[in-house]
Design a protein around this ligand. Structure first.
Ligand SMILES: CC(C)c1ccc(C(=O)O)c(O)c1O
Ligand code: FE2
Length: 306
């Protein structure tokens, strides 16, 4: 089997560890615009910006960061293909227990440790539908867009994702960040890999439907004393208009409007953009030093349930 059989639907969901679950649920509902359907246990909450079971799971933890990143595969065959390939190269694939996959509203799933960052990745094909359609509140969130992880060895992370997981590179900013798409999902990036001294979370992104969603958020965050750490600006790589702000733990969240999409066949070549602020913001803004600083990648425990 070749890695061509490894095909993704989308970045499925992000599991975030938060220190104060009530404060974070309130923030993600009231200020970000996600909907909480269920809080099945006192230490976790499911939130969504789609018609699926969840897009974000918040877990109570003393250490804020990323518990796991869920990748939704295109088919059961694609799920089988990635499990077989990872196993063949010596990566342990831990099945998710039926009780937990049922709580998560997903079918068969497994987890692994991405070896260059230590991030926990989960792979599944099916996720239950939500009980009703997502009704946006103040912000027309289109989807969970992407996650950017920091890596101490960006080229090793990029190679693992490309060679062993069938991701594709859309663009790089020289020495700083690689933007990758989970093939054949068309969006410019579902995952970014930033260069840093140690692995961690840089940010989680939600794509919005209107430019006004960005402008309104700028005012809403200021009014609520939420730190805005970059923007409003416009990114040259994906051509999106952006705003970054901090959640109650200091983790960075991005809203963006507009993003280049790639065809499955004959895509353009990746670009290598110069290492300068102009490659990050056409409008020459400068990020606040707090951007992308908080968020530990939780290692996968001995048991797949962790
Ligand atoms: C500043 C970060 C890493 C960045 C740069 C460019 C884009 C983009 O082109 O969409 C991003 O989404 C980013 O988060
Ligand atoms: Fe981003």
């Amino acid at each position: 089997m070749t890695i061509d059989a490894i095909r993704y639907r989308r970045l499925g969901y992000v599991g975030l560890n938060v220190s104060d679950l009530d404060a974070s649920v309130n923030f993600y509902e009231t200020l970000v615009g996600l909907k909480m359907d269920q809080r099945p246990q006192s230490d976790m909450a499911f939130l969504r910006c789609s018609d699926r079971h969840h897009d974000v799971v918040l877990y109570k933890s003393d250490t804020p960061g990323v518990k796991r990143v869920g990748w939704q595969m295109e088919s059961e065959a694609a799920l089988d293909a990635i499990e077989a390939h990872l196993t063949s190269i010596g990566i342990a694939c831990h099945p998710v227990a039926a009780s937990e996959s049922s709580e998560l509203g997903i079918g068969r799933a497994f987890r692994m440790t991405e070896p260059t960052t230590g991030a926990t990745f989960e792979f599944y094909h099916e996720m239950e539908a939500a009980p009703d359609a997502f009704q946006p509140t103040h912000t027309k969130i289109a989807r969970l867009g992407h996650i950017v992880l920091s890596s101490a060895d960006r080229s090793a992370t990029e190679s693992f994702l490309m060679d062993e997981m069938n991701f594709r590179v859309s663009d790089r900013i020289h020495g700083m960040v690689t933007f990758m798409r989970c093939f054949p999902n068309p969006f410019h990036h579902s995952l970014g890999v930033g260069s840093a001294g140690k692995p961690g979370l840089n940010h989680v992104n939600f794509m919005v439907t209107e430019m006004g969603d960005i402008g309104k958020a700028n005012n809403r965050m200021k009014k609520a004393d939420v730190p805005i750490v970059y923007g409003i600006g416009k990114h040259p790589p994906s051509e999106s208009v952006f705003l970054y702000f901090l959640d109650p733990d200091g983790m960075t969240i991005e809203y963006s409007y507009g993003m280049e999409e790639f065809p499955e066949t004959d895509p353009r070549m990746p670009r290598e953009m110069p290492a300068s602020l102009e490659s990050i913001d056409y409008w020459e803004g400068v990020p606040d030093p707090r951007m992308g600083k908080v968020g530990v990648l939780e290692p996968l425990g001995e048991r797949a349930e962790s």
